[in-house]
Design a protein around this ligand. Structure first.
Ligand code: ASP
Length: 281
């Protein structure tokens, strides 16, 4: 594996950095870019501190509904509203074992019938939900509040020059049951072609509306360097309205990484350890 960059979700208010080295190492030990994405994202999904897999935030009615997407070479697979422990595994199954790109609901449950079910989220997430339920913070008018926006993702480049991207999330705190975010939408929350891999984090509705990951990729595919492209598209998203937190991470086939965000903090790590993403005003 030549390079992998992983992130632990952007937050509106500054947070202590989340250690992500385990996920980077899991990815770097893999042979292909897509294996690296699966291994890294599984490690992130198993981390109780992150809003994906085990540490997922809950829906407004207190249930677990997870989204994930994975892509390589312009092909993608994704699942929405699932309850398996590692949704990225199921997303990859959609990519490799079905003629589809996104499977939700009962069909996704059937496709993942042999995978371990996520019985519950962490006690901390349950408590956050209970507090929110008591205080009214789950209501529409608080949707997308900065503290509650964070997901996980990764981009990888292997020794054969193949790129891959993956994203996984519990979604945004206060989401309605059945709400699907950007993490399983190719071009919105993740994207990978032969030239560039991209993942995003922030309130998914905005990433879908702006096709943010595709926009970054389009710039890189037309000659921009990944850093410039990420900065430009974070600025583009922000120009659409008030954005408390949004981050974009990209990797091109030359191994050049770019990352930019708005908000309080964003933990990103690469092969050489934590990386300081450019924070835009
Ligand atoms: N993008 C995710 C979603 O909207 C949330 C996040 O990035 O934290 O579901």
């Amino acid at each position: 594996m030549r390079a992998i960059y992983v992130h632990g979700g952007v937050s509106g208010t500054p947070k202590a950095p989340v250690p992500l080295g385990g996920a980077v190492h899991a990815g770097m030990r893999s042979g292909s870019a897509i294996d690296a994405i699966q291994a890294a994202v599984m490690a992130l999904e198993d981390d109780p501190a992150l809003n994906a897999g085990y540490g997922a935030t809950l829906t407004r009615d207190g249930r677990i509904e997870l989204d994930a997407g994975i892509a390589a070479g312009g092909h993608s697979g994704a699942v929405a509203g699932v309850r398996v422990r590692n949704p990225i595994v199921l997303a990859r199954r959609v990519l490799e074992d079905t003629p589809h790109v996104l499977i939700a609901g009962r069909g996704a449950t059937l496709l993942g019938a042999d995978l371990p079910v996520l019985e519950d989220t962490t006690p901390e997430q349950r408590e956050t939900w209970q507090r929110g339920n008591r205080s009214g913070a789950l209501a529409d008018e608080h949707y997308g509040d900065p503290d509650y926006v964070d997901t996980v993702g990764a981009v990888a480049l292997d020794d054969s020059g193949r790129l891959a991207a993956g994203s996984s999330t519990g979604g945004v705190f206060g989401k309605l049951p059945g709400r699907v975010g950007d993490s399983p939408i190719f071009g919105a929350g993740f994207y990978a072609s032969d030239l560039v891999a991209v993942v995003g984090t922030g309130v998914g509705e905005l990433f879908i509306a702006t096709q943010a990951s595709f926009r970054v990729a389009h710039l890189v595919e037309n000659g921009a360097d990944p850093q410039t492209a990420c900065e430009q598209i974070v600025g583009f998203i922000a120009a659409r309205g008030p954005v408390a937190a949004a981050g974009l991470l990209a990797l091109d086939r030359d191994g050049r990484a770019g990352m930019a965000f708005r908000g309080g903090s964003w933990s990103v790590e690469g092969p050489d350890g934590p990386v300081e993403a450019t924070r835009l005003a």
